[in-house]
Design a protein around this ligand. Structure first.
Ligand code: NAD
Length: 363
């Protein structure tokens, strides 16, 4: 864990780790492991995060927040969660009085992230929040401010930044192994056949650019090590009865970086795709799959192969162990709130660019 963090800082891959000094966290009595409460017990909590918390060394599943009493009962039984650590959305703020809970992990639809992150920070808890961090840059900033004001840390669930294949390709690029980066192409998409899920509701934070789009922005930003200065974008749908009024099924965007590097990114709820391709002055790097829960595989110029295998949900366990370690030992987070904000700022610019047909500046 420590090695992964040092590696990211040394290589300067995670701009956020460099740009923001560690928070001085008001520490409770030192613990060996942090108690985590999950807010929202949907797919990601059920299938990935709760199982991953059974693998972590630095944290454990201590509590749940749910609006569904039957889920509360099932989870409490399955994970041996005491009744005093089970909350609903109304009494959630009482979590402030519960010393078992150190971290609140918000795994709700994006439109609800701001409210629950701020309530958790005000309750004096450290906060982890799923991607996309929120719907607007302003919401992200409000969440960052609330955590700073309450001297709590705020991490975004960017699981890839914690996994060894991603860390290796970033180091490879940062070490200049293929020279100056000229072009990045990154795609992430899957067939989502749902029609009434929050991902198909604009007001809940739906739309593919928010959902899978943050992965391709991460690909472009981490590969170049830069922040884009302008974007152009196009959107289209094959299911206009579902994807309408600004809700996107497929988005393509082109990013310009200060060095002159360019990125073409594609994301879709109608196309299965998952790769990162980086072209430098002296060679190439390719990761495919790129953003999966495991199985990331890479190849690059010079016969380089990247493949660190692990089982699902080890990736999420690495993420939470890193973030708990950062809190317990007052280290910089690998993906703090500021990192989530950077992507949402670009997401908003991409929607504006697609709507106007014009290039949108980000400086
Ligand atoms: P989901 O729809 O399966 O679960 C959402 C949960 O929120 C449910 O328990 C639902 O009951 C609860 N909820 C409370 N109020 C709600 C409301 N008004 N409308 C809808 N749901 C409400 O969603 P999910 O796939 O678990 O996604 C949750 C978050 O996790 C999102 O931010 C998503 O982007 C993120 N996620 C991240 C990854 C990853 O790889 N990092 C993967 C999947 C999901």
């Amino acid at each position: 864990m420590a090695t992964r963090r040092i590696f990211l800082q040394q290589t300067g891959l995670i701009a956020s780790s460099l740009a923001f000094s560690p928070l001085t966290i008001a520490q409770s009595p030192k613990k060996d492991r942090l108690g985590v409460a999950l807010v929202g017990l949907g797919y990601y909590s059920t299938d990935l995060i709760a199982p991953a918390l059974q693998l972590t060394k630095n944290c454990y599943l201590a509590g749940i927040v749910t609006g569904t009493p039957s889920k509360a009962e099932t989870w409490a039984k399955k994970y041996n969660i005491p009744e005093k650590n089970v909350y609903n959305y109304q009494n959630f703020d009482k979590i402030a009085d519960n010393p078992d809970i150190d971290v609140v992990y918000v795994i709700l639809p994006p439109s609800m992230h701001r409210e629950y992150v701020i309530r958790a920070a005000k309750a004096g808890k450290h906060v982890w929040v799923e991607k996309p961090m929120a719907m607007t840059e302003k919401e992200c900033q409000d969440m960052i401010n609330a955590c700073k004001q309450n001297k709590r840390s705020l991490a975004v669930g960017y699981r890839l930044q914690h996994e060894p294949n991603t860390q290796e390709y970033i180091k490879f690029l940062r070490d200049g192994k293929i020279g100056k980066i000229k072009m990045v192409s990154c795609s992430a998409g899957y067939n989502d056949n749902r029609t009434t899920h929050w991902k198909q509701k604009k007001e809940m934070g739906g739309g593919v650019m928010y959902d899978m789009g943050v992965y391709v922005l991460q690909g472009a930003r981490l590969a170049t090590g830069e922040e884009p200065i302008s974007v152009t974008a196009q959107q289209y749908t094959t299911r206009p009865e579902i994807y309408k009024n600004g809700l996107d099924e497929t988005t393509m965007a082109q990013l310009v970086f200060p060095s002159g590097a360019r990125a073409a990114v594609q994301t879709s709820f109608g196309i299965n795709m998952n790769f990162l391709h980086v072209t430098g002055e002296k060679g190439f790097l390719k990761m495919e799959p790129y953003s999966a829960y495991n199985g990331q595989t890479g190849e690059a110029s010079g016969g380089v192969k990247i493949k660190h295998p692990y089982d699902v949900p080890r990736q999420q366990a690495m993420q939470m162990d890193d973030d708990a370690d950062a809190i317990m030992n007052n280290k910089p987070l690998i993906a703090p709130g500021e990192e989530g904000l950077r992507d949402i700022r670009i997401v908003e610019a991409i929607y504006r660019a697609a709507k106007s047909g014009q290039s949108v500046k980000l400086t």
